[in-house]
Design a protein around this ligand. Structure first.
Ligand SMILES: [Zn+2]
Length: 96
């Protein structure tokens, strides 16, 4: 669980920021186990106690958030690859 924590924190922090600017009201979904407000709405589990959130609407939303995050990461990779290719092309044409 500790290794996951380091990986999760940047996502949790950025999501906490985004949630603040959203108009979902001051309180997000709460964990049914520990009753604390969830920091991340993209995790299947409570960020505090690790309990599974048994809420179909929440889980659907969480899955959507994860898909959105993955798509964003994917786009970033593609852009980086395109940049590399452009640089290589430019270098080759400079040599000729
Ligand atoms: Zn909890």
């Amino acid at each position: 669980m500790i290794e996951d924590f380091d990986e999760l924190m940047p996502r949790v922090a950025s999501e906490a920021q985004r949630t603040e600017s959203d108009n979902d009201g001051p309180e997000g979904p709460k964990c049914p186990e520990c009753g604390r407000i969830l920091l991340s709405t993209s995790s299947k589990l409570c960020n505090w106690c690790g309990a599974v959130i048994h809420d179909a609407a929440y889980q659907k939303h969480a899955a959507e958030e994860r898909a959105e995050f993955d798509a964003h990461e994917q786009r970033k990779l593609i852009v980086e690859e395109m940049k590399d290719q452009l640089i290589q092309q430019r270098m080759r044409s400079d040599l000729i």
